[in-house]
Design a protein around this ligand. Structure first.
Ligand SMILES: Nc1ncnc2c1ncn2[C@@H]1O[C@H](COP(=O)(O)OP(=O)(O)OP(=O)(O)O)[C@@H](O)[C@H]1O
Ligand SMILES: [Mg+2]
Length: 153
């Protein structure tokens, strides 16, 4: 587990960009935290780091969007699990079939997305009174233990 403090929007964006440098196809990243905590801002940083086609917005009217890579890297599947009610609904999306060449980033994914992969990274956002954000990386599985131990910087 590692915690970062991001005082500005730019720092939250930069942390996502930094994480993206380590992401490979099949990776699942679950973003957890209240409304306005910075999940989409962080995802925009991931998108910039992966170099995928934008724009990245909160997918309000769709459950997820697939952003193709501008070069040869993985696509970004940006999922908003807010309206999903069960693991069965997640299964119905058939995301697995797209994951072979994509990275999945799921806002509101806690408690719903854990079954989709054996290993996943949880990123937890909390908002402080001064508007800074506490962003904690919680690894699940060897792949993420190793990454968090060696550091993403
Ligand atoms: N340090 C910071 N890091 C991230 N965002 C910040 C920070 N300080 C202020 N903000 C503002 O907080 C808001 C974060 O919004 P964002 O859409 O990223 O949150 P979200 O967690 O995706 O919300 P939702 O749950 O509604 O999808 C933005 O308006 C951003 O400008
Ligand atoms: Mg959002």
């Amino acid at each position: 587990m590692t915690t970062f403090s991001c005082i500005t929007v730019e720092q939250t964006h930069a942390l996502g960009l930094q994480l993206a440098k380590h992401l490979t196809p099949g990776d699942v990243v679950i973003l957890d935290g209240p409304l306005g905590a910075g999940k989409t801002t962080f995802t925009q940083g991931i998108a910039a780091g992966l170099d995928v086609r934008g724009p990245i917005t909160s997918p309000t009217f769709v459950i997820y969007r697939i952003h193709p890579n501008n070069a040869a890297g993985p696509a970004l599947i940006h999922l908003d699990a807010y309206r999903l009610n069960s693991l069965a609904e997640v299964d119905d999306l058939d995301l697995d079939s797209n994951l072979y060449n994509a990275v999945l980033v799921a806002e509101w994914g806690s408690g719903k997305l854990e079954n989709i992969a054996d290993e996943y990274l949880v990123v937890e956002f909390t908002r402080n009174d001064d508007d800074s954000r506490r962003i904690t990386f919680i690894p699940n599985g060897n792949r993420w233990d190793d990454l968090i131990t060696s550091g993403i910087a």
